[in-house]
Design a binder for this molecule. Structure first.
Ligand SMILES: Cc1cc2nc3c(=O)[nH]c(=O)nc-3n(C[C@H](O)[C@H](O)[C@H](O)COP(=O)(O)OP(=O)(O)OC[C@H]3O[C@@H](n4cnc5c(N)ncnc54)[C@H](O)[C@@H]3O)c2cc1C
Length: 393
């Protein structure tokens, strides 16, 4: 038995013991306690640099842990944005002080993170954002509004992008900040979604003072910082989903069809077969990308392919579930109705399907770029919220 086999077995045994007593729907306190134990046992941040609290191990150990964790449902969803997007952004662009201050508590689940990009008038075109940050001595003063911010209610910190220079074109006058979500002037209001729960929120900023040392990357260099976060986001959404049990998966729906005596019905076989093919394509692409990430090769714009496949797969699973289960698929509070209510959001969160197609066409396939007529016009000359005209009015 190799060291890796031993590590995998130990991790599996640890997970079996630690998850045995978890309640079916763990709350925030249980999730935090679980994450702290997972970290203390050495199973979080396996490949992250040891000097900031990671374990500094190789991709092989990370892979062994993922194999050990397959089949367990871990209550770690609330930490996903920190682990998948904010932490990697700070590791890429943060100062030494930022990495020393934030990475370890993020990995241990002591501090939860959110990502504050979207605004009521800036979603797909996030560079049209209007939240402002104005320098006042050794602080930036933030005023504005964000929306659709996942886990903002639970978050202790967030990565915010705000306009710091309205006199330059919209992509050039943006800066990224670490914002303390408990600071005076930060008002988080939950939004109820179709699941009946509040997974995301709107946030109002009124004269929120952010220390200058909280700038991430360069002042007015926030667009490329945001792109870094979004690239991590698309890869981590895909990989996170690849590791999560899907209630409307091929295996679960084949079992449901068998229990109902529907397996073998021609229509049902076709539906299941299509779902299986989509699932395999998605899983194989993710396996390949996760090997690449662990080998230090970032998938870049190809992360959008995984994100698009996941959105299509999620909706296909929802369709097959409703065919096989009928009204049962949308009534009650079980995992399938919840997954179905959540499914349409997959085609929006992390960038819509149309935007993913634009990115794939432009940056993966080398097709002509979408015209961006407002790209070189100073932000304050634009009528934000309306399409800029060719003549720059
Ligand atoms: C579950 C979920 C979680 C989210 N979590 C977060 C979060 O934590 N932080 C955060 O900042 N945001 C978050 N969002 C917001 C998400 O990033 C935006 O909803 C998304 O970027 C789309 O923006 P929008 O809703 O303003 O739609 P719009 O940008 O207004 O788009 C409306 C429609 O127009 C289409 N469209 C727009 N531009 C183009 C184009 N150029 N070409 C073709 N079609 C186009 C879109 O595809 C869409 O169908 C979340 C959203 C969801 C659903």
């Amino acid at each position: 038995m190799t060291d890796l086999d031993e590590y995998r077995d130990q991790a599996r045994a640890w997970l079996a013991e630690r998850t045995a007593d978890l309640p079916p729907d763990p709350g925030l306190a249980e999730s935090r306690a679980f994450m702290a134990d997972l970290y203390d046992a050495g199973h979080v941040g396996i490949t992250w640099p040891a000097e900031y609290g990671g374990r500094g191990l190789s991709a092989a150990e990370e892979r062994a842990f993922q194999q050990a964790a397959a089949g367990f449902t871990l209550p770690v969803g609330v930490f996903g944005i920190g682990l998948g997007m904010c932490g990697p952004t700070l590791l890429s662009l943060g100062t030494e002080e930022q990495k020393r201050r934030y990475i370890r508590p993020l990995l241990r689940g002591e501090e939860i993170w959110c990502q504050m990009f979207s605004e009521p008038g800036a979603g797909s075109d996030v560079a049209s954002l209007q939240t402002r940050a104005v320098l006042d001595g050794d602080h930036w003063v933030v005023d504005g509004q964000k929306v659709w911010t996942s886990v903002a209610r639970q978050a202790d910190f967030g990565l915010l992008i705000a306009r710091t220079d309205p006199d330059v074109p919209k992509h050039q006058g943006i800066t990224m900040f670490v914002v303390d979500m408990h600071a005076p002037g930060v008002d988080v209001r939950p939004l109820r979604d179709m699941t009946g729960e509040s997974h995301f929120n709107e946030i109002f900023f009124t004269s929120v003072r952010v220390p200058v040392e909280n700038v991430v990357g360069e002042v007015n260099g926030g667009w490329s910082a945001a792109v870094t976060t979004l690239l991590h986001e698309r890869v981590s959404i895909g990989m996170g989903a690849a590791r999560t049990e899907r209630p409307a998966s091929f295996a679960a729906l084949r079992k449901a069809a068998r229990e109902r005596g529907l397996l073998g019905e021609p229509g049902v076989t076709d539906l299941l077969l299509d779902l299986y093919l989509q699932e395999r394509a998605f899983d194989l692409l993710n396996a390949r990308m996760s090997q690449e990430v662990k080998a230090g090769i970032m998938p870049g714009a190809r992360g959008s392919v995984a994100k698009l496949l996941l959105a299509d797969l999620t909706l296909a699973g929802a369709d097959v579930a409703s065919e096989i289960l009928g009204p049962e698929s949308v009534t009650g509070d079980g995992p399938v109705p919840r997954a179905l209510a959540w499914a349409p959001g997959m085609a929006l969160g992390g960038g819509t399907n149309e935007i993913m197609r634009n990115i794939i066409g432009d940056r993966v396939l080398g097709l002509p770029r979408e015209p961006q007529l407002d790209r070189n016009i100073p932000f304050k000359a634009l009528k934000v919220g309306t399409q800029a005209k060719e003549d720059g009015e």
